[in-house]
Design a protein around this ligand. Sequence first.
Ligand code: ATP
Ligand code: MG
Length: 298
Amino acid sequence: MELNEVVKRARKLSSPYRVAKGKSFRLADCDPGDTDRFSDRDKPKAERVLKAGVEALIELQGMLYAQDRWSVLLIFQAMDAAGKDGTIKHVMSGVDPQGCQVVSFKAPSPEELDHDFLWRCVRHLPERGRIGIFNRSYYEETLVVRVHPELLARQKLPAKLATDSIWDERFEDIRNLERYLARNGVLILKFFLHVSKEEQLKRFISRLDEPGKNWKFCETDVAERAHWDAYMRAYEQVIRATASKHAPWYVVPADNKWFTRIIVAAAVIDGLASLGPHYPVVSDSRRRELDRIRASLE
Ligand code: ATP
Ligand code: MG
């Protein structure tokens, strides 16, 4: 399929899940089991759509790299077992590893806690021409840290700065960072993989039942599950406060992994295509120079 055609389809597929204005956003309006026009029976078709998407992504990434002007930051946030890792793996499969880097953000180290909360992420922002993927991000600072106030207490903030306004202040700081990055040529796309509490339970149980998945099981994930409602409230507030045209959220239904992957691929294609990427055009004088060099080689 022609790249133009894939891009058109990608926009159509991904736009229902795009949140570029947060004000009236409600998580309750989003169904984690949504599969749009695909049914479970359409899985082979869905696989073809993903394959075409991945091929388009490879082509667009090649141009992004050659152009060396824009960079792309993809942020992934989700509850445990929502499928962040698998989505990143499938959507980015085949993309030139030299043009792409994945960084995972876990609980902060003592060195990281000795700095402001954006510091560790800012150090890993992608260079021009590259795609940077954040597997979790500074958004954890308004999610896990909000759900567990004892984490905030460990952040060594001067006491008079850790007030009740801290979450609104962090949202403001994040908005400012993202606007700054956008003004410097960073395309930012943020993904919340929205899994239901029931589907998470199923996935935890299969991690316990299937020996090949045992390694993925983690007791602390079960403990976090007990805070489900607090997390959902925190996610809703994050999206309301930080969705913008230049750094939209995609709230991607995540109860069906095959569907999650199609939508994420489509959103990335749409984002890359919006940059109008193309291979650098060689000027006439440079063309003549290349012809001269070629002749001299022969
Ligand atoms: P997987 O479980 O698939 O390997 P993961 O992203 O869940 O991936 P883990 O090592 O299980 O990786 O968990 C990382 C943990 O670190 C998460 O529970 C997350 O909430 C926590 N974390 C990330 N950033 C922060 C932060 N700034 N402060 C406190 N905890 C954080
Ligand atoms: Mg985990």
